[in-house]
Design a protein around this ligand. Structure first.
Ligand SMILES: [Fe+2]
Ligand SMILES: [Fe+2]
Length: 263
């Protein structure tokens, strides 16, 4: 796989960002739940990318490495934009959130493939989240920021998928299958955690939690298929749907118990 085209695109967008003077309005009002949610996404976007850059360095392709460095810079520009949104709404940034720590722990010790598979979970969640923010926040400035971030995330997905396809091309069938099942399980888990953790914000944006989860999984399906192949992907989705059904049953049981306790 030749990453020169990806690198050229990242370079073009870095040039555009450098030449742009983005507005920094003040005095915005956003629902409290949405502010808390944006604070967590801002912290998540604000990583320094050390671990993915180190993994890309070990992969030994200087063009890919240069593209990864620009990808990390682009994610950091999202953190800067979201920090502006928070200032606009009279709120501060936060240092970090436990979900970021989980992400770091999952990735620690793995190679570039695990690094990218974990990053992809965040990218897919981001695709649905920023679309909801763009369409549902009701504030032209915040909506514009979400639209610009969303456009970047839409380019990140094929960039990671191209490298993942290359990374798994020579892997044995059993290894590919295990990786694919693991990826689906992690994706379902990540979607459920974000839906639970950002439920108030999603509601404020007009998106029900269960809809968020199903939309994320619908986005993810062709991505998993593009890395691991359709037959393997169909099998993994069956496993993931079973997992989701199990989680739903657990949630319903918890809700019933809560209702009983409350009555
Ligand atoms: Fe981002
Ligand atoms: Fe991204």
């Amino acid at each position: 796989m030749d990453f020169r085209q990806h690198l050229a695109t990242f370079q073009e967008h870095a040039r555009r960002r450098a030449g742009q003077d983005e507005p920094q309005p003040a005095g915005g009002r956003l629902p409290r739940a949405l502010i808390r949610s944006i604070q967590r996404f801002q912290a998540g976007e604000d990583g320094d990318g050390t671990s993915v850059i180190a993994a890309a360095e070990r992969a030994g392709d200087p063009v890919y490495l240069a593209a990864v460095r620009l990808f990390v810079a682009e994610e950091q520009s999202h953190a800067v934009r979201l920090a502006r949104v928070l200032r606009y709404a009279g709120a501060e940034t936060i240092g970090g959130h436990w979900t970021d720590t989980v992400f770091v722990l999952v990735r620690r010790g793995g190679g570039l493939r695990l690094e990218l598979m974990t990053l992809m979970l965040a990218e897919v969640v981001a695709l649905r989240y920023y679309r909801a923010l763009r369409d549902g926040c009701g504030d032209p400035y915040v909506s514009g920021v979400a639209a610009r971030i969303l456009a970047d995330e839409e380019r990140h997905v094929p960039f990671h998928l191209d490298r993942l396809r290359q990374g798994f091309a020579a892997a044995p069938r059993a290894g590919r299958f295990a990786a694919a099942v693991g990826w689906w399980v992690l994706m379902v888990g990540a979607a459920l955690v974000v839906a639970a953790d950002h439920g108030g914000a999603l509601r404020a944006l007009g998106l029900a939690r269960h809809r968020f989860v199903t939309d994320v999984l619908r986005l993810f399906r062709p991505m998993a298929a593009s890395v691991f192949g359709r037959r393997v992907a169909a099998a993994q989705q069956g496993a993931a749907e079973q997992e989701a059904a199990g989680q739903k049953a657990v949630g319903q049981k918890a809700a019933r118990q809560k209702a009983l306790l409350g009555s």
